[in-house]
Design a protein around this ligand. Structure first.
Ligand code: PEP
Ligand code: MG
Length: 756
């Protein structure tokens, strides 16, 4: 009988000895992949322990009298069994053998006692079709004699409530399942994470998805840290898109105790991109080697320590995107409640149950929508009853994401606020394909595949940037991968959403609160887009829109609010408000967001621009240095004297064609009686646009458009011909505009070549 097996003596067929993880590691070492060295305490050692200690019968007896669908009974049985295992002494010969092997391992890496990771490796786990995230334990930074204690704890993890439940439901016999334990040199990672050798949510085989955070990989795997998210092209190792997250904490080894601790990171470190392009390419290369070696898509844990890449774990991805044919559509529900990452595709609909701890699992009844901060393995029985799962935290590879995909339950993770926004008893629809939760129940119907996640569409590279307009900050993470920046961040919805007139905050001496609210909203956009530019437009809400707010009773009544007290003219008269906005931006700049631009609306004279800059400087926000500073061209006057604005100093202009059209044509944009006269394609509007683009190009000033016309492919074509620097479209139009831009650019080049 063999109690110990070294990695190099194991291979993929040794699952019965070393468990899934152990066999994999052996296989990887044999394949010459960069796996940290280690050994396995075999499944036979576990059986030997059970026999020697006389526990086997006692355990079976407890299980026989347990109803696993009853949470209380299940939890109690689990506790009893686990205590039996961890309190029974290990046979002496076995303990000696394990410790000797541990010392040998330490010597191999030049230490007397090296830190090791001790992980359980169940023999029924990791098999295709039965993979189960977090089903068993992992202990990090274990050292010396402690190894024995943690081996026993790993053994006991075979009897957690979810493991018992899972075996019952999948029909595995408890007595036949044995567990091995992997003991492996600890990699004290500087950065770590996970990698899928195919896209785990869409099933695309030509993409590799990598998630990364600072320090040990625990934060990523558990979902406690929202990781950077990268998609790499499998053929070229080129980065297709990335979402850089704010990684507020990291897990690392406390030098004194050797234990894993959570450390808060500085704002700079938190928002910094974890992986370089070279590292991404190196990882992608590794991913392909591992996939090729195993002959199937792999879910890989990796780490970098002092520049050295280590492969920590690999296992087959057991559930891929299988729903292409039966995709469903949200047909009736429309009001968006929360958004997050589309972690597991499909539509689920039901009553919300918010839970914060395992004690509340009984609340979840068949068909409910489970809402929680982050799921953990103990929640699995309840997750199985849920029609959909929504979490505040996590990335594509967090616990909730992996388990939901396996269970085939629609799931949205990383919403940031689901537990706050969604309330017990609310009827909602969860769209796991798009990462959105809507109000109301929905019947599901067939959906065409093309309408599925826009994120899955490969990005065409265009010289003219294609940006996106955002009014609702929560949309940002979803569109960040497909857009080159935000050409218009409208603050009006955010402020109107607070429900209270912003001046009321200021009058009541609560300016700080207002500033924090604005900063919070803008951060939600600047962060997923970082380092791509985000142009924040200062408040432009006409008096009639403000009047409805609490504290808005004093808004002046204007005959024509469209021509009235809005945009920069109001900001100058009421500088307290603009000051609060600039303070919010300053706050973000101080946090390290150097990707923010400020855009002043409804400017008609350079004097207004000068005054806006003064107000910025009053609060310590330096135009052109801290933020790019630009204006909207939406009044013909501004277009006609654009050179004077250039002389006053602007980094960019953006056409607000919604207003530019109404003011050029004298057609109220909100008046349906004259709506037939309202068109941005009117030659006068186009002439103003062309003129301004030419003047700005000459002066080296960036040009963009953020009015609705930018979402019209015909207009986009013209703008590219005029030489515009970027086009900002609505989220749903980004892709079609990008295609038109690409086609137009190519045609221009082709025409040029043919002329020559
Ligand atoms: C515009 O006028 O085109 C514009 C983008 O601003 P708003 O629609 O908010 O007036
Ligand atoms: Mg406008």
């Amino acid at each position: 009988m063999m109690n110990i097996a070294w990695f190099e003596d194991l291979g993929k067929d040794d699952v019965g000895i070393a468990g899934g993880k152990g066999a994999n590691l052996g296989e990887l070492v044999r394949a010459g992949l960069p796996v940290p060295p280690g050994f396995v305490v075999t499944a036979q050692a576990y059986s030997y322990f059970l026999k020697e200690s006389g526990l086997a019968d006692k355990i079976m007896e407890i299980l026989r009298s347990t109803d696993v669908d009853n949470n209380e009974e299940l939890t109690k049985a689990s506790q009893e069994i686990r205590e039996l295992i961890t309190s029974s002494p290990m046979p002496e010969a076995l303990a000696k053998e394990i410790l000797e092997s541990y010392r040998k391992l330490s010597q191999r890496v030049g230490k007397e006692e090296e830190f090791v990771a001790v992980r359980s490796s169940a023999t029924a786990e990791d098999l295709p079709g039965a993979s189960f995230a977090g089903q068993q334990e992992t202990f990090l930074n274990v050292k010396g004699d402690e190894v024995i204690e943690y081996v026993r704890r790993c053994w006991s993890s075979l009897f957690t409530p979810r493991a018992i439940f899972y075996r019952e439901k999948k029909g595995f016999a408890h007595e036949r399942v044995a567990i091995a334990v992997v003991v492996q040199k600890m990699v004290n990672a500087d950065k770590a994470g996970v990698m899928f050798s195919v896209h785990p949510a869409t099933g695309e085989k030509d993409k590799i998805v990598i998630e990364a955070a600072w320090g040990l990989g625990e934060g990523v795997v558990s979902g406690t840290v929202t990781p950077d998210h990268y998609v790499v092209d499998k053929a070229s190792n080129k980065l297709l898109h990335k979402e850089i997250a704010v990684k507020e904490i990291m897990f690392t080894k406390d030098e004194k105790t050797g234990k894993t601790v959570k450390v808060k990171l500085s704002p700079e470190r938190a928002k910094a991109q974890v992986l370089t392009e070279e590292e991404l390419a190196q990882l992608a290369e590794l991913g392909k080697r591992v996939e090729e070696h195993f002959g199937s898509p792999q879910d890989i844990e990796w780490a970098y320590e002092a520049g050295e890449l280590y492969l920590l774990q690999s296992r087959p991805i057991t559930v891929l995107y299988e729903k292409e044919a039966e995709e469903e559509e949200v047909s009736e529900a429309k009001e968006v409640l929360v958004k997050g990452l589309a972690a597991s595709p499909g539509i689920g609909s039901g009553k919300v149950k918010v839970i914060f701890s395992v004690d509340e699992l009984d609340k979840i009844k068949e068909g409910d929508v489970l809402v929680t901060t982050m799921t953990n393995p103990d929640m699995v029985p309840a997750m199985k009853r849920a029609s959909a799962i929504v979490t505040d935290e996590g990335g594509m590879t967090c616990h909730a994401a992996i388990v939901s995909r396996e269970l085939g339950i629609p799931c949205v993770v990383g919403t940031g606020e689901a537990t706050k926004v969604l309330q017990d008893g609310m009827e909602v629809t969860v769209d796991g394909t798009r990462g959105v939760v809507y109000r109301g129940l929905t019947k599901v119907k067939e959906e065409k595949r093309e309408e599925a996640a826009i994120v899955a569409t490969p990005k065409i590279i265009t010289a003219t940037e294609v940006k996106v307009n955002i009014s609702i900050p929560e949309v940002a993470p979803r569109v960040a991968p497909i857009a080159d920046g935000v050409g218009l961040l409208r603050v009006e919805h955010l402020i109107l959403g607070i429900g209270k007139h912003p001046m009321k905050f200021i009058r009541e001496g609560r300016e700080e609160e207002l500033i924090e609210k604005i900063a919070e909203g803008v951060r939600k956009v600047a962060q997923p887009f970082y380092p791509k530019p985000v142009w924040y437009r200062t408040l432009d809400a006409p008096t009639d829109e403000f009047r409805g707010l609490e504290g808005g009773e004093d808004e002046p009544v204007e005959h024509n609010p469209m021509l009235g007290w809005r945009g920069v003219r109001r900001a100058i008269d009421q500088p307290e408000l603009l000051r609060a906005e600039f303070k919010a931006i300053k706050k973000l700049v101080d946090e390290g967001y150097n990707n923010i631009g400020v855009m002043i609306p409804l400017v008609q004279h350079p004097e207004e621009l000068r005054r806006a800059k003064e107000i910025a400087r009053e609060v310590g926000l330096e135009p052109h240095r801290d933020v790019k500073f630009g204006i909207m061209v939406e009044i013909p006057a501004a277009a006609l004297i654009i050179e004077e604005f250039i002389r006053e100093g602007i980094d960019f202009i953006s056409f607000g064609t919604n207003d530019l059209t109404q003011y050029t044509l004298a057609v109220d944009r909100n008046n349906e009686r004259v709506a037939k006269l309202y068109t941005e394609k009117h030659p006068a509007v186009m002439k103003l646009i062309e003129m301004v683009i030419k003047a700005c190009r000459k002066a080296g000033v960036e040009t963009s458009i953020c009015g609705q016309a930018g979402s019209d492919p015909e207009v986009a074509k013209k703008l590219v011909e005029f030489g515009i620097s970027s086009i900002s479209a609505n989220p749903d139009a980004v892709q079609s505009i990008r295609e038109m831009v690409a086609r137009t650019e190519m045609r221009l080049l082709l025409d040029k070549a043919r002329e020559g």
